[in-house]
Every structure is written in C-alpha cells, then in structure tokens.
Design a protein around this ligand. Structure first.
Ligand SMILES: Nc1ncnc2c1ncn2[C@@H]1O[C@H](COP(=O)(O)OP(=O)(O)OP(=O)(O)O)[C@@H](O)[C@H]1O
Ligand SMILES: O=P(O)(O)OC[C@H]1O[C@](O)(CO)[C@@H](O)[C@@H]1O
Length: 445
C-alpha cells in the first residue's frame, strides 16, 4: 500500500494545478487514504469491507477513486480572479447554513477569494426567468446564520434546463459552483459538469452531500443526521410518555427516511423505550400470525403500552402502487404509512375487543428545520473547508465526505449510483432488534 503512487489511481477530471497556494505551500500532501485498498487489476481504490462498493460496480457506475481531502500545495485558481457561487437544493436539513458559512469563510479567509455569491432557491436561481437575484456573500453576511435552521439561500425541487444553467455560470463568470444537496442535487451537479466539459469551460463543481436520511453511498455520515436523530429522540421520549399515560396506550412516531431507516433506527437506540422500529429495509405484514399487529397485541397485553417508530418509506409493500405520485424532482411520494398504521391499529384493537388509546405523532418537518447540534456544526465546517480546498485545487465533479474517519473526495457518480441502506444482517439492525425486542421478522413466510 505504501508503495502506491498517485499515477496508479484513476483520478477523474483532476484539474491542472498551476499556482502555489500561498498558505499551504509547506503542507505535506498525502493523496491516498491508508484505509482504502487498491484492486491492481482495475486500478481502483476501494474499501475491502464494503458492500456498497459491490452494488456500485453492479449498477454500472464508474470505478471509485477516493482522494484524501484537505489542502493541496498547488492551487488551480488565482484567488484574486476567482468567482465562487453556492446553491442549496432539495429538502431542508440541519446544518445547511453552517456549510454556507464555512464555505464563505474558507474562501474568504483561507484563500482570500472576495467574489462569493449565493444562488437563490436552488437550481431555479440559475434560470433568469425565475427572477431570483444572486446574493453577495461575505463573512459579515454569514456571521450569524449558523444560529438558524433552514437555508438563507432558499431551496427548490424540479428539473431545470442544464444548458441554460451553464449559460448562467458562463454569463456570470463563475469559476467554482458549490452545490449543497442530496442525491438529486449531486446528479444535477454531475450533468452540469458534463456540459461544462463539453464547452471546455474553466469552471469546477463541488458537492457537499446534504440529507438527514444519511443514505449517501460511501459516506459514514452526512451532515445534519446527528441533529436529526437527536431531535427525533426527544420526540420519541415524549411519545413514550403518551403511551404510558393511558392503559393500553400505543404511540406511533413517524420519522423521515424515504429509502433508508437510519433516523428511525438511531432515534430508537438513543431512546430505548421503543418497542418496534419499522424501516424500508425490512418489509413487514400487518396481518397474519407473524404480522406486526399480532406482535403489537402481544406487547400491549403484556405491558399495557407500546411505542412504535416508523420511517416514512417503511411498509410500502402494504399499499397498491397503481397511482404512484411523484414530486417535482421525480422522487416517488410514498403513501402515508404513519396514518395507515394508526387507522389499522385502531381497527385491529376494536375487532379484538381490546380498548386501546392510539396517539400518532409526525414531527418530520420540525426535525429537519432544526439548528445543527455542536457535533454537526463542527462537521459542517470541516466538510465546507475541505470542499473549498478541493475546488481551489481544481478538482471537479467531486463530492466531499467522510469515510472511515477520513475526509474524502469522491467522484459524484460513485456517490449517486445507489443509496446507502441499513444492512438488516449488520450490527445496526441487530442492535435495534436487541434493544426493542421486536421479532426478527414480522412476515408470514
Ligand atoms: N439527474 C438530474 N439531472 C439534473 N437535475 C437533477 C437531476 N436529479 C435531480 N436534479 C435536480 O436537483 C435538484 C434537487 O433534487 P431533489 O429535489 O431530488 O433533492 P435532493 O438533492 O435529492 O435532496 P433531498 O435529499 O432533500 O431529496 C432539483 O432541482 C432536481 O430537479
Ligand atoms: O416534503 P419534501 O420537501 O418533499 O421532503 C421530504 C423528503 O426529504 C427527505 O428528508 C430527504 O431529504 C426524505 O426523507 C423525505 O421524503
């Protein structure tokens, strides 16, 4: 591993370094993480323990090359002539403002870039017809924004014309575009980059992965996730009070998680009063001997209260999918499992002649609008600074992340090829089963 040289690795679209960084010229540059391994035959770097690595290859994505994130000795852009822009897209997430603040301060103080702009309301802000003016960003403008949830730039969903967006970058003489967003935003970043390459423009794009669902590939954790499950855990605690406050009380808390149940699983582990965690990765039946309702009944008759945490993408197998609805960006809108559970539990206990009190709590939007907790604030700032370092060094079409205790730069297609999910044979799910005591499977098979 130590004998590996930079040229052994397939590094996509690394810009040509032309300038020596005024600040980092003495920085010992180390490009490759020791925790990653090389597949000599393919000339790629991967983590041997990685199941998502295999999924990514199977999905036909490009091979993965991790670079260790951090400042480079040589930088590509002359700070005095560099114009940077920041855009935030998709749903909200705790910490977006911290990332914006970190990007602005990193550019301004570390590299002395003075021309920094915020694009308003997501990719819409690059389309003149919407009329969203760009916002000048300085350390003064962003100095307090970490004290608030949401995004000071606004966000949006919905496809925009790629060529028109690149026209805007060209027209505005933007050299660096930072995109803060989830899977969709990063995919958008990638196609914008393809158009930039086609036109041969000196523009780089850098992604900072934003999703409270924590479902981005090759990221141990995305920012906002810790805040999300910490906030969710407080709701779960209160729900427990509701459940125990009535004889045969059942409380259901629905949490976000379109495709992955990380928030639900972690909130339940943080608040181990939870008796059932329902996640998209683990299908369940409602009815039948081994179904969820039978298990719930057993629990209620035994202890006279029960606490259920359900991720929004769970139990979708219980619905028919003839009228699939999508949001503006094309994401499938899931059927409301929380309301469905509440109704089915009520019906079931009535049919069993058991008097039960069912309380349903959906704190989704409150959770994702929260202010970042300190651990997330630190993380957001680190991600932002590393994104700045990569972009100033001329890297493009990359997403900054953290993987096995290292900050990394990863080609966007590797991050978006598939979603990270809970491994139901892995330690997280086993911890959930052990803590809740819920049956291994709630399905008649
Ligand atoms: N393949 C793509 N090409 C171009 N633009 C895309 C692509 N996928 C998504 N986008 C755009 O990226 C923006 C954000 O996408 P989306 O609404 O799916 O949110 P997201 O980034 O996945 O965040 P969240 O995790 O909150 O859903 C939208 O404007 C969407 O149209
Ligand atoms: O209601 P909106 O804004 O479409 O966002 C909901 C989605 O955002 C997410 O949190 C992803 O960021 C999903 O779990 C959820 O489906």
């Amino acid at each position: 591993m130590n004998d590996l040289k930079q040229e052994d690795f397939e590094v996509k679209k690394l810009g040509k370094a032309t300038l020596v960084s005024p600040i980092y010229k003495n920085y010992a540059e180390e490009e490759i993480s020791n925790e990653l391994f090389i597949d000599e035959s393919r000339k790629i770097v991967y983590d041997a323990s990685l199941s998502s690595y295999k999924n990514t290859l199977e999905s036909g994505a490009e091979p993965i090359s991790f670079l260790k994130a951090g400042p480079r000795k040589d930088i590509y852009f002359d700070p005095s002539k560099t114009k940077a822009a920041i855009v935030t897209c998709g749903g909200l997430c705790p910490g977006i403002n911290n990332v914006i603040r970190g990007l602005v301060n990193g550019l301004y103080y570390r590299y002395k870039v003075r021309n920094i702009w915020g694009i308003q309301y997501g990719y819409q802000g690059l389309i003149p017809e919407y009329g969203h003016e760009m916002k000048k960003l300085t350390p003064e403008v962003v100095k307090d924004i970490h004290l608030f949830g949401g995004t000071i730039l606004g966000s949006s969903r919905g496809r925009q014309d790629i060529s028109a967006m690149v026209d805007a970058l060209e027209r505005e003489n933007i050299n660096i575009l930072f995109t803060i967003g989830g899977d969709g935003t990063l995919s958008g970043n990638h196609v914008i980059n393809e158009e930039i390459e086609r036109r041969g423009l000196k523009i780089v794009t850098a992604g900072i992965p934003k999703t409270i669902d924590n479902d981005v590939n090759f990221m141990t954790k995305t920012f906002g996730f810790d805040t999300a499950f910490t906030t969710a855990a407080a709701v779960v605690r209160d729900a427990h009070n509701e459940a125990t406050g009535a004889y045969n009380g059942v409380a259901i808390v629905k949490l976000m998680g379109r495709d992955s149940g990380f928030i639900a699983a972690n909130a339940a582990l943080a608040m181990p009063d939870v008796n059932f965690v329902l996640v998209p990765e683990n299908e369940f039946d409602l009815h039948g001997e081994k179904g969820f309702l039978a298990a719930l009944k057993e629990r209620v008759l035994d202890r006279h209260h029960a606490l259920v945490v359900v991720a929004e993408g769970a139990g979708q197998n219980l619905f028919d999918h003839e009228d699939v609805k999508k949001d503006k960006s094309g994401n499938i809108k899931h059927k409301d499992i929380g309301v469905h559970l509440k109704d089915e539990i009520n019906k079931f206990f009535k049919s069993e002649d058991i008097e039960a009190t069912v309380k349903y709590i959906d704190p989704s939007y409150i959770i994702r609008s929260e202010v970042a907790i300190p651990a997330d604030s630190v993380f957001c700032n680190d991600l932002a600074l590393n994104a700045v370092h990569g972009a100033m060094a001329g890297l493009t079409d990359f997403v900054v992340g953290r993987w096995h205790n290292q900050f990394t730069y990863l080609p966007i297609p590797a991050a978006t090829a598939s979603r990270k999910k809970i491994d139901v044979n892995g330690p997280l799910w086993w911890a959930v089963l052990e803590t809740t005591g819920q049956p291994l499977k709630m399905k008649d098979e």
